[in-house]
Design a protein around this ligand. Structure first.
Ligand code: ZN
Length: 627
């Protein structure tokens, strides 16, 4: 009943326009806003400092009841002005604009359509792009190229975000997560996340808030229609240079002061992570940043004289690297500080049942106890240790600490993992299906696996005494992207509460059944209060999203060699090389070399699949599960 009422309630919008010393542009911005089709909205103009012309304009608009005016007594910067607007706003939703943009009559209604359609409780950030309308002539060749380049960036961003459709999650989206101009959000959600960080006056305030909202579980919705035009009069060469430099020092602030280690700030520690060649390049850029700046000045003059696209490319690379690392050094941080901030990558293993597989299908999930024993012996001999969840969450995980996880909670773990865990001082996290504890894996029957028993509460409590930890794998093991909003919330939140009540301990981790996650699922997991959530994607974790952590899949098809590689790279032996070749395919300088790397990768992939096809899983009587 209350939900119905909420659905009928038409949401109000507050459009927040920030301005300072640009009364002519502001007048045009307001005129366009007053022609909107959507009627339930107000305009809050925030003037960021004393400004007689804007005060005059305010008097001219005094009969327009939809426009309200606020003035800062001193200039405090764009983020502060936007925060003031949001605090003063009366609408349910806030939409941020600047004073140099012209809105299409549908702008507010297109934003509000998304918020209005969302079920109550869902938290959306609606983002859209802006078309560029050049106000002054592009005076140099570099400015022309940058203008066109920016247009291409906008188009490709729109393509990526539109193609991502309902699921913009993962590392690529994280680095693009951005919230600011032409973006709207429920006002209470904006305020609950602390709004814009007012330290970010020079640049990057939109990406900084974007990633905080994303990590906080806000769902990003992309509106592909371009409904806003930006009147641009900037000198682009100078603008890009100053943004790159500001990003350098702001990244230092983000990583060292705010602890924001994520896809957006990775560049700062590129000297310590990734492929050797990339690390070397980053190190050279750090050492020779001022030489790079000088070289870019030369390239700028030469490119403008010759109008050469090659020289434009050289300018872009040298100026970006030079300015960025100059900005980093200007914040007087040292190589040692960066090195310790970089930390190490983390590897998690994903296992299911420890029993001999009886079919090819089962061999991709199960692992025979004999082979598991071999692997664990090797694990311990090679100096690896099992990490606990709290160690995993710590900033500097010691080297060779691996998180071992088991999905579904099969009862063979009690007989086949616990004794080994005690013998070798190992631990693990077991993800339980809360509705089926003490029952069987009926959720797996449709995938062709045999019925197997799941752990009982008394076995779970016994294992808990030995330090084994438990996470949630939902109530009933559905593929979460397929379930309704209401079932989703139940599966995620109620399973957590039920396990916590029975275990008497907080449940901080979650595993997505079948690895099924999209932005709606991820958002529900964030809202339920989980700190870590695991997918079934391979690879190691390093500064990536805590709610889409990767795991290396260990099963009967995993050889000891694969296992050794998994502990280092998160991928098996052939997977590791295929990943390397994939990155070479992307980064090699000539198309011929890229094509060669691609061919090699496809050949390897083909060979492995032929090999796998012939292999039959071996089952010995000793391994056969007792059923
Ligand atoms: Zn599962």
């Amino acid at each position: 009943m209350t939900e119905d009422l909420e659905h009928q309630h038409r949401l109000n919008c507050s459009v927040i326009v920030t301005t300072w010393r640009r009364p002519v542009l502001l007048r045009a911005t307001l005129a366009a806003l007053l022609r909107q089709c959507y009627t339930d909205f107000e305009i809050v103009v925030v003037c960021d400092g004393p400004d007689a012309d804007v005060s005059n304009l305010a008097r001219q608009f005094q009969d327009e009841s939809r426009v309200r005016w606020c003035f800062h007594s001193v200039n405090r910067g764009l983020p502060a002005a936007r925060n003031t607007g949001a605090r003063e706003a009366k609408g349910d939703v806030v939409l941020f604009l600047d004073d140099d943009v012209i809105a299409d009559p549908d702008l507010v209604s297109m934003h509000m359509r998304h918020h209005q359609q969302a079920q109550s409780g869902r938290r959306l950030a609606v983002t859209s792009l802006v078309a560029e309308d050049r106000q002054t002539q592009l005076s140099t060749y570099l400015d022309e190229r940058l203008h066109n380049h920016w247009k291409t960036v906008l188009e490709s961003t729109s393509e990526i975000l539109s193609a991502a459709g309902p699921d913009p999650i993962g590392d690529q989206f994280q680095s693009m997560a951005c919230f600011g101009l032409n973006c709207s959000i429920r006002r209470d959600v904006f305020l609950a996340h602390g709004g814009f960080n007012e330290h970010f006056r020079a640049s990057d305030e939109e990406s900084e808030l974007g990633i905080r909202l994303y990590l906080g579980g806000v769902e990003f919705i992309f509106e592909p229609r371009v409904l806003l035009t930006h009147k641009n009069a900037k000198n682009l060469t100078q603008y890009f240079r100053s943004c790159w430099k500001a990003s350098g020092s702001l990244d230092v602030y983000r990583v060292l002061e705010l602890g924001q280690k994520n896809a957006q700030t990775r560049r700062l520690v590129s000297m310590f992570h990734g492929y050797r060649a990339d690390r070397l390049v980053a190190r050279m850029q750090w050492h020779f940043s001022s030489a790079l700046c000088n070289a870019s000045q030369w390239a700028e003059r030469a490119a403008n004289r010759s109008r050469s696209p090659k020289l434009f490319g050289i300018w872009g690379r040298t100026a970006r690297a030079g300015e960025y690392w100059t900005g980093v050094k200007a914040s007087s941080c040292t190589l040692n500080q960066l090195k310790s901030a970089a930390g190490s990558s983390r590897c998690a293993l994903m296992l299911h049942s420890l029993s001999a597989p009886m079919s090819r299908e089962e061999a991709t999930y199960y692992l025979s106890p004999r082979r598991f024993k071999q692997m664990m012996r090797w694990f311990v001999t090679a100096g690896y240790k099992a990490a606990t969840l709290s160690q995993w969450l710590e900033d500097n995980l010691p080297e060779k600490r691996i998180l071992i996880t088991f999905d579904d909670g099969y009862d063979d773990l009690y007989d086949r993992f616990l004794p080994l865990a005690i013998e070798h001082n190992l631990t693990a996290v077991i993800f339980l299906v809360a509705d089926h504890i003490g029952g069987s894996n009926i959720f797996d029957q449709k995938t062709g696996l045999r019925a197997r028993k799941l752990l009982t509460w008394s076995q779970i409590r016994e294992m808990q005494k030995y330090g084994i930890e438990f996470g949630s794998h939902t109530l009933s093991h559905p593929n979460l992207p397929d379930v309704s909003d209401e079932q989703l919330r139940r599966e995620v939140r109620d399973s957590k509460h039920r396990l916590e009540d029975a275990l008497g301990a907080e449940v901080t981790s979650f595993a997505y059944p079948y690895g099924g996650v999209d932005r709606r699922v991820r958002s529900a997991v964030a809202e339920a209060g989980y700190k870590l959530a695991f997918t079934t994607l391979p690879g190691v974790n390093w500064w990536n999203d805590p709610l889409t952590q990767r795991r290396a899949d260990v099963n009967e098809n995993t050889t000891l060699l694969d296992f050794a590689f998994q502990l280092r790279t998160g991928y098996g032996f052939t997977q590791t090389f295929s990943e390397r070749l994939r990155s070479l395919e992307r980064d090699l300088p000539t198309s011929l070399l890229r094509a060669a790397a691609g061919a090699l990768r496809r050949f390897g992939h083909h060979a492995v699949h032929l090999g796998r096809g012939r292999k039959q899983p071996a089952a010995t009587p000793e391994d056969a599960p007792a059923e």
